[in-house]
Design a protein around this ligand. Structure first.
Ligand code: 3H9
Length: 700
């Protein structure tokens, strides 16, 4: 856990817990030993650094589910701060959370200019718990501390020097620490003994506004702000006791548990244990279709340093696609996301053409054309004729059957689905669809691509809508039923916003356009169970040209293309449809709206898991949070379901099934979980591969 050595009166201590030097119980104990060792050896200074890629990524978050064990980090750090031997933090790579707090307790801090220093605790739903909220404002002032701790942001070493969070910069912090004059070191005042400086109410107000805008519904940022305020009104010891109490309280709360669950799910998703095949080396990607999605995908590829050949049907379409990508590049440069040189580099790696032969060197080809089986099959025929024999082919379909697309290929094993979310260069989620015959190499290539695009990959089996859109379709169906039976779009939206969604289902439909879901319903007409209750209100909206924001009118009105105004005509339309259907409408409370919509999604998601479409529940959590706006502080749909409890869900679904068996029949997963006393998130969390037998049986 620690590597220790000495040269003369200099001690060297290295944090050593690969891969990120997370600080757990053993390391805390070893640090305490090191303080005693340094004192007993009568050392003049201890130079503390991190082994490997960085200093330390913070407290070991995997310990947060268990009772805290001594020695506790705040006590260890107080010991370091008060020790007669001066400790110097020599920082390279990351010094985050508890890692940064160790540095604060040292007498002097030297960092590499490219080091990354910060306090991301609020992202995990907690606050710094080892003196961060009390020492940082004393060292850098309250205003600078407010810009770091409640936001969870980190800064480069060079910026940390500007606010005096570090005392010096060096490419070789350990050597620099050896050179520091002993008298200087004696004069350096421990950060805990400094004054916080002036604290202005406006700065706190601004920080509160920022926190509620950027992390809506999350409590840790506001609590962190209160602790920073406390630092200017109380002494260090009292402030630290309050901080510790708050940290432990938050750590055990539902919000922190949810955020921790996502933290580990996100990391786990990037390293699937089941994919061992070597991916194709991809340098050039062909993107077919330069509409909004295609242009976004092309931009994302260029941004990852890849060459892109964009294929369109005619010269006008080529021109439009090039100009869309050019605009995306220009706007990124304007917002400071890329430099002019990077923009030029990206532009030079793009070629747009109607000639498929230009894709002859592409190791990966992705189609993003119209959602039609015929059109997609034709595109793949053309691609197969030009791309190398081992190139991977990918469809960006949101709903169509990947197996059926693959059946039209000479080599169906090289097809995967790559379901991007708009805007493709921003949204983190990438559903990678594994067809029945998809090869491991194709799948591994999808994963490697996700890594280079810095996306969160989730594997899905084949079904209508894959993981995300299938849950979305059920969510919308359940919402439409509530609409028909007595509610309004804005009441339903409000209920889901109260739950934590940034936008309710109807406002979201207006944004994406009602015509897309309409086309899907028409496609499903032939296979839909004729006994299933069908709500025709959304069809009527489309027939009346209410397509959402793009027509300035949908479930709401958007006068002048802006704003969002309740439209009483929608209420009339809904009432009329209910009369036609012979429905006696009654008022439905917001809580009931939430209950039904969440249960509908949970039940659909449970079937997705049961059928093996999703490999594990945490994948569904990632899909719902990163692709569909499920509130992050609830940990994703399945984590949230576990907070309700399997038995309660089963009971509630059974009650609803008495109303409508087809819509609400409980997933078989719940009976299994109830019998085996297992939580949803734990169920087959290590399952190796999609359960394709079950999957096929469901699809019939
Ligand atoms: C804290 O410090 C509280 C204190 O104030 C109070 C204490 C009393 N714990 O992300 P990667 C694992 S709260 C446990 O893939 P990268 C991670 O799960 C903490 N494990 O690598 C993964 O494991 P695996 C505040 C951790 O290079 C492996 O390390 N600190 C922790 O893309 C590699 O991670 C934070 O919130 C941890 N703290 O990124 C920092 N951190 O290989 C959180 C990482 O089994 N960490 N792991 O899947 C990060 O931001 C990134 O991991 C980091 C590296 C930038 C460090």
């Amino acid at each position: 856990m620690l590597l220790r050595s000495k040269k003369g009166r200099y001690g060297y201590v290295q944090l050593h817990n690969p891969p990120v030097n997370a600080i757990g119980r053993e390391m805390r104990a070893a640090l305490l030993d090191a303080v005693e060792w340094a004192e007993s050896e009568n050392l003049e200074r201890v130079i503390l650094s991190g082994e490997g890629h960085g200093f330390a990524a913070g407290a070991d978050a995997s310990e947060f589910d268990y009772a805290p064990e001594p020695p506790h980090l705040p006590d260890v750090l107080t010991r370091i701060e008060k020790s007669a031997v001066h400790w110097i933090a020599a920082i390279h790579g990351v010094a985050l959370g508890g890692g940064a707090e160790i540095a604060l307790a040292c007498r002097y801090r030297v960092a590499r200019p490219d080091a990354q220093i910060g306090f991301p605790e609020v992202i995990l739903g907690v606050v710094p718990g080892a003196g961060g909220t009390q020492r940082l404002p004393r060292l850098v002032g309250v205003k600078a501390a407010l810009s770091l701790i409640p936001t969870g942001k980190s800064m480069r070493g060079s910026d940390a020097l500007n606010i005096r969070l570090v005392d010096a910069l060096s490419e070789d912090p350990v050597s620099y620490a050896e050179m520091i004059n002993s008298e200087w070191l004696d004069m350096a005042v421990p950060s805990g003994e400094l004054n916080t400086g002036e604290a202005r109410e406006e700065d706190f107000e601004e920080a509160r506004k920022f926190a509620s805008r950027k992390m809506p519904g999350q409590s840790a940022p506001a609590v962190a702000i209160d602790l920073l305020a406390l630092a200017s009104t109380t002494d260090l010891e009292e402030g630290m006791l309050e901080e510790r109490r708050t940290f432990l309280h938050l750590r055990e709360g539902t919000e922190a548990k949810a955020l921790r669950h996502l933290f580990f799910a996100e990391r786990g998703a990037k390293k699937p244990k089941t994919i061992t095949a070597k991916p194709m080396d991809v340098a050039t990607v062909a993107v077919v279709g330069g509409g909004t999605m295609g242009a976004g995908i092309a931009y994302a590829m260029l941004n990852a340093g890849l060459h892109v050949v964009l294929l369109e049907t005619d010269p006008d379409a080529v021109e439009r696609a090039s100009s869309s990508i050019g605009n995306l590049l220009a706007s990124s440069q304007k917002r400071g996301l890329i430099s002019d040189q990077e923009r030029q580099g990206m532009w030079s790696r793009l070629s747009a053409t109607t000639d498929y032969a230009a894709a002859s060197k592409a190791e990966l080809a992705i189609e993003a054309v119209f959602e039609s089986m015929d059109v997609k099959r034709e595109v793949f025929k053309k691609l197969e004729a030009v791309v190398p024999r081992d190139a991977v082919l990918a469809t960006n379909t949101s709903y169509l059957d990947v197996n059926e697309i693959a059946a039209g290929l000479d080599d169906p094993t090289r097809l995967i689905g790559l379901h991007f979310f708009a805007p493709a260069y921003i949204m983190k989620l990438l559903e990678i669809v594994r067809g029945d015959r998809t090869s491991d190499t194709a799948l591994a290539t999808g994963y490697a691509l996700a890594k280079s695009l810095r996306k969160i990959p989730v594997v899905s089996g084949v079904c209508d809508g894959f993981i995300g859109n299938r849950i979305l379709a059920r969510y919308r169906e359940a919402a439409d039923t509530i609409l028909m039976d007595g509610s309004n779009p804005w009441e339903i939206d409000e209920a889901m916003e109260d739950f934590g969604y940034a936008m309710g289902p109807y406002a979201a439909q207006d944004l994406s356009g009602l015509d897309i879901a309409h086309a899907n319903r028409r496609r499903q007409d032939l296979t839909r169970n004729p006994l299933r209750r069908y709500i025709p209100i959304a069809d009527r909206m489309v027939n009346e040209g209410r397509l959402g924001r793009k027509t300035s009118v949908g479930w709401y009105r958007y006068p002048g293309g802006n704003g969002k105004v309740i439209d009483p005509l929608v209420e009339d339309l809904v009432r009329e449809e209910a009369r036609f259907a012979g429905v006696a409408r009654c008022e439905i409370a917001g809580e009931e709206v939430q209950r039904r919509l969440l249960l509908a999604m949970i039940n659909e998601a449970a079937n997705i898991l049961w059928e093996g479409i999703a490999e594990k529940a945490s994948d569904i959590d990632l899909v719902t949070v990163h692709g569909y706006g499920f509130p992050r502080n609830r940990g994703g749909l399945m984590h949230y379901a576990d907070t309700l409890g399997v038995r309660k869900i089963l009971e509630e679904l059974s009650t609803l099934a008495a109303e409508d068996k087809i819509a609400w029949e409980p997933s078989p997963l719940f009976s299994e979980l109830a019998t085996t006393n297992t939580s949803i998130v734990d169920w087959r969390s290590e399952m190796p591969a999609a359960n394709s037998t079950l999957m096929r049986s469901r699809r019939g």
